[in-house]
Design a protein around this ligand. Structure first.
Ligand code: CA
Length: 694
């Protein structure tokens, strides 16, 4: 008896010590349903369903759901991470690629790793200095840092194991996506197509960070050797332009999925650099592999097949949106499909063995294409919205009918849950495009992006922006239910076997609906916009729902529209809920009211010049119309001190350690002064409007 006791103690001890080794492996992720208490991969499983078998929290119990713990990060910039949870520890990230290891039951900080990204590199990030999370594998934490480094940390204490630079630092590449890990390789892509880069994905040896293979998504300079035969073929679909000087685009900045049985890796490929195809490829052509799903052999990076959602993309219609693998019955046959709702507004079902088109239907209002031809799987473009030589309102706009916020698929309801939105955009052609490596290179008319000054027109524009959660049947290509929101840019989705769907909203609520019918069964106010997808796990038989909150990303930065209920400069927070959780969410301080700006004395020509230069150089972070979006400083609320030191900040780089670089190579002193006058004029208009409302 005593012997057995000792044996039990020994095994018990061994179990505890090896349970803290964070030993995630390919086999464990493939068999993830055997341990639903953990969330071991970006979307829990390699098929990226974001569905959990946990069901303790259900429509019957959810009224008892309350906050278990909260953890506050060090930054108010956008938070987009999907955490990994294993062995009772949560690994997550904030903006600026900072990693946190937290006790998943209590929120206690175990360790933190800051890769100390040079804040000036943030200028290269089109869409905020966000990060979508880490991977964990055999005791290591893998991080893609904003400045292009791939970093491996010891999962136990956060110490650095190795790091490798994945980009050419002469080019404006950034990493915001989460690495994926399989076959002892770590895969990472990058972003930068708005400024101008050439996209690729690379596989590194997880033991030492050595490069194994790299797949470029678009051809380089055709006068040089192609990296592989498929790129030579792809180059025939690019005609007449000199895309390689700008980069061509096609960045793999977010989505990947893996089918271990078919042994195929799927990557989602982004838009063209520049956006405007009449500049990029004036002779026409599909411009492969822009806006495509591409299947590769994971061991070698060899091309297997592709399906292009937007041939000849000219609207920033990335196909980097989340991809889900499922086996679903269509016409009495079980098909192995890959599903995606890319920016272009159509929901696609494609055979994942060979890339054969199965079906597509628009999930939001679309006017760039009339439909997707059922025979060819190609869009039939709408000539009426062609912006060549003119300006046209196109739906969806560059923020997409669905952006990066991951969707979810429940095998129990057979529905995909899409964080959809309605945003149109005025695309204008431009004749005088000149590539400038220091700024955005979209090749579209900046003047068309300036918001209307008439308050009624502006209000009309703002109320036209909408979002909704769409429960979509991929077999019938029809919406089954919808939750309508006042605002776009709502968060990623989780579905569970508890017949629940969880989604955060840009106006700061975390909401649960029944998965089958869409009945709202729970809601909590968090006082900060939510973009990140919730996840779920369990410890000692208790199910937790966790989400990282923190408004940010492309929409607030470029549009300047803040989250309606957000406090002033609230830092990000991990909020974790359980049944009978008793913690409280504190309401932060609200925005300070506007101080009286200095009088606007400049003439109309100066202000107009400043307005144009502002939208050429500043709107991508400070927002169209200088609204600030609640994330970046609102330039209409500059203090007297900031007004005095304006040139020192804009040209002298006085705030470069906060991410505000010096624009001395992009702007003359005259132009900077004109921008200052435009900001004073905008501030006065907003001040008068606010006073009128008081
Ligand atoms: Ca883009």
């Amino acid at each position: 008896m005593k012997f057995f006791k000792i044996l039990l103690i020994f095994f018990g001890f061994a179990l505890i010590s090896c349970s803290k080794e964070f030993n995630i492996s390919e086999e464990r992720i493939i068999n993830a349903d055997a341990e639903p208490e953990n969330w071991m991969s970006h979307a829990r499983t390699y098929d990226e369903k974001r569905f959990s078998p946990l069901n303790q929290i259900s429509p019957d119990t959810i009224s008892d759901l309350g906050l278990a713990w909260k953890f506050t990060t060090d930054t108010n910039r956008g938070h987009e991470a999907s955490p990994i949870v294993v062995d009772g520890v949560m690994f997550t990230t904030s903006a600026w690629s900072v990693v946190y290891a937290l006790n998943a039951a209590t929120g206690e900080l175990l360790w933190k790793y800051d890769p100390l990204v040079d804040k000036e590199w943030g200028y290269n990030a089109c869409c905020d200095v966000v990060n979508r999370g880490v991977a964990v594998w055999e005791g290591k934490v893998l991080l893609g840092a904003l400045d292009g480094r791939l970093i491996a940390l010891n999962a136990t204490d956060g110490s650095l194991l190795w790091e490798t630079l994945t980009i050419d630092k002469e080019k404006p590449y950034t990493i915001t996506g989460a690495p994926r890990v399989l076959k002892d390789m770590v895969l990472i892509g990058n972003g930068g197509a708005e400024l101008g880069v050439r996209g690729y994905v690379t596989a590194y040896n997880i033991k030492n960070g050595k490069k194994i293979w790299r797949f470029y998504t678009v051809p380089g300079d055709p006068s040089l050797d192609f990296e592989n035969p498929i790129l030579e073929k792809a180059s025939k679909t690019w005609k007449g332009g000199e895309w390689w000087k700008i980069g061509g685009g096609g960045t793999v900045w977010d989505s990947m999925a893996f089918d271990p049985e078919l042994d195929l890796l799927y990557i989602g490929v982004g838009n063209g650099s520049p956006w405007n195809r009449y500049i990029r490829s004036p002779g026409g052509g599909d411009n492969l592999f822009l806006s495509s799903i591409v299947a590769l052999k994971p061991d070698t990076g060899e091309y297997i097949w592709h399906y292009q959602t937007t041939p000849g993309d000219t609207w920033d219609y990335t196909a980097t949106q989340h991809m889900i693998l499922a086996d679903i019955e269509i016409d009495q046959k079980v098909r192995k499909v890959i599903m995606q709702a890319p920016k272009n507004g159509f929901f696609y079902v494609v055979d994942r063995k060979n890339g054969e088109f199965i079906s597509a239907k628009n999930y939001v209002p679309v006017n760039w294409a009339l439909k997707i031809d059922e025979e060819t799987g190609r869009p039939i473009e709408n000539n009426k919205t062609n912006y060549k030589g003119t300006v046209k309102e196109v739906k969806p706009g560059p923020l997409g009918g669905h952006n990066w916020h991951p969707m979810s698929y429940s095998p129990e309801t057979g529905l995909a849950y899409i964080p959809a939105q309605e945003l149109s955009f005025l695309y204008g052609d431009t004749e005088d495009f000149v590539y400038d490596k220091n700024t955005w290179n979209t090749g579209i008319d900046i003047a068309a992006t300036i918001p209307p000054k008439d308050p009624n027109e502006l209000q009309e524009l703002l109320t036209s922006l909408k979002g909704h959660l769409s429960a979509w049947n991929p077999v019938t290509q029809k919406e089954v239910w919808r939750a309508q929101y006042e605002w776009p840019w709502n968060g990623g989705v989780l579905s569970t076997a508890g017949n629940l769907v969880f989604q955060g909203t840009s106006d700061g609520r975390l909401i649960a609906y029944t998965a089958d019918k869409g009945t709202k069964v729970w809601e909590i106010e968090t006082y900060n916009g939510i973009g990140a997808p919730p996840i779920t796990y369990s410890i000692d038989g208790v199910q937790y729902i966790s989400v990282i909150i923190g408004y940010g990303g492309a929409f607030p930065l470029t549009s300047g529209v803040p989250s309606p209920n957000m406090g002033a400069k609230s830092n990000g927070q991990v909020l974790t809920f359980k049944l009978n959780g008793k913690e409280t969410i504190l309401k932060p301080k609200t925005y300070k009211s506007m101080i009286k700006p200095p009088p606007s004395l400049a003439d109309f020509a100066t202000i107009s010049k400043g307005e144009y230069e502002f939208h050429q150089h500043c709107q991508f972070c400070h927002g169209a119309g200088a609204g600030g979006g609640g994330v970046i400083p609102d330039l209409q609320m500059m203090t007297e001190e900031t007004h005095k030191t304006f040139l020192g900040i804009v040209l002298g780089g006085a705030h470069k350690n906060k991410g505000m670089i010096s624009f001395k190579d992009m702007l003359t002193e005259d132009q900077a002064l004109a921008i200052h006058e435009y900001l004073i004029s905008q501030a006065n208009a907003t001040y008068l409007m606010q006073k009128g409302q008081d």
